[in-house]
Design a binder for this molecule. Sequence first.
Ligand code: PMP
Length: 441
Amino acid sequence: EADAILGRQAARESAARTYARALPIVPVRARGMTVEGADGRRYLDCLSGAGTLALGHNHPVVLQAVREVLDSGAPLHILDLATPLKDEFTTELFASLPEEFARDARIQFCGPAGTDAVEAALKLVRTATGRSGLLAFTGAYHGMTAGALAAGGDVDARAGLAGTVQQPVRLPYPFDYRCPFGVGGPQGARIAARWTASLLDDPKGGVEPPAGMILEAVQGEGGVIPAPDEWLREMRRITSAHGIPLIVDEVQTGVGRTGAFWAVQHSGIVPDVLVVSKAVGGSLPLAAIVYRGELDVWAPGAHAGTFRGNQLAMAAGTATLRFVREERLAERAALVGERMLARLRALRCLLPAMGDVRGRGLMLGVELVDPQADADPLGARPAAPALAAAVREEALRRGLIIELGGRHNSVLRLLPPLTITDEQVDAVLDRLGEAVHAASA
Ligand code: PMP
């Protein structure tokens, strides 16, 4: 039966299907970190809906919240009208934000995906500044709709838009392992920041005043690359100095994932626009932008959409935000993430195909490389995408779901739920080590 379903869906679905191609399983049940396939096999899910499932699958507090809505007779669909569920969600969300930001923030619900919220953010800063240009970074990922794709660094993914999107000014994102300046470390990040500052400070730098800058505090799809706090503070300083709204895309990094409730809290920067989605909906579709009140220049109705009031998602989201806060899961993610990182580093000493291990909190990446090839002067070896795909397959065979990312699709991304247990940590690392060993043998 599972094979029949896989066959039918492969035949009927678009050739563009992504995860289904990489992970040929048929999930029928899931709880916490465990997913069960139609064939009865069980998997540990280290993808978590691409970072969506902060509490894992079907967490009791989420199920309870959803059930209560279903039993209450509340309307499931009510456009974006004021409801008690939306009121509770917004209250909980605002309480989670840095105080300085929340004090004067506005929220615009967008619907229902991360990419929709990115589009709204871009539109908002363009409206507010009356300018059109954008500053965006190498390796960035912001979604798959036109504006978000333009902001992203993937040229291939943009090909279908052939010349229809306005290109941003592309700036270097600091990347220790493959430093664009061949320097690495804090020095590489300082040069990256200086490059950006010089473009804007130089009256003949050739950059029109942009409508905004958009960045991720930790690049996810780009290969799990945490930006140094100092670099983020520099980006905040530069954008403030030039009156450029700073959009921080926390679609993937939010809700405890990186070891702080919001990734901006590590560096202490206050964004002008925060883009939220994924985990804020507690596994159901929900997306919003939260922004400084001063930017709220939109005319009534300037940003609409049918699906901006998903009541189930708001209830699931409120339950998730509350649970993460009450159980201090961001702190837990920081601790468990450090332990996993240390153990991955130890594993790397045994497995030379693991070229780099990096991350923040429970957003971890392992870059696979060709151990036989020469290293560059900083010690980085060429990326090994075929090997990475083989590891993904070997991992799946061992009951571990992981997905790839990165510039060359050679980075194993580990995004376990924040509730991962010590036993699960052991199992993930054992299976991962075995998979790398088997694939590189
Ligand atoms: N921004 C970031 C940082 C993301 O990681 C993603 C999704 N991986 C998006 C935006 C787009 O979200 P969605 O897939 O829900 O459109």
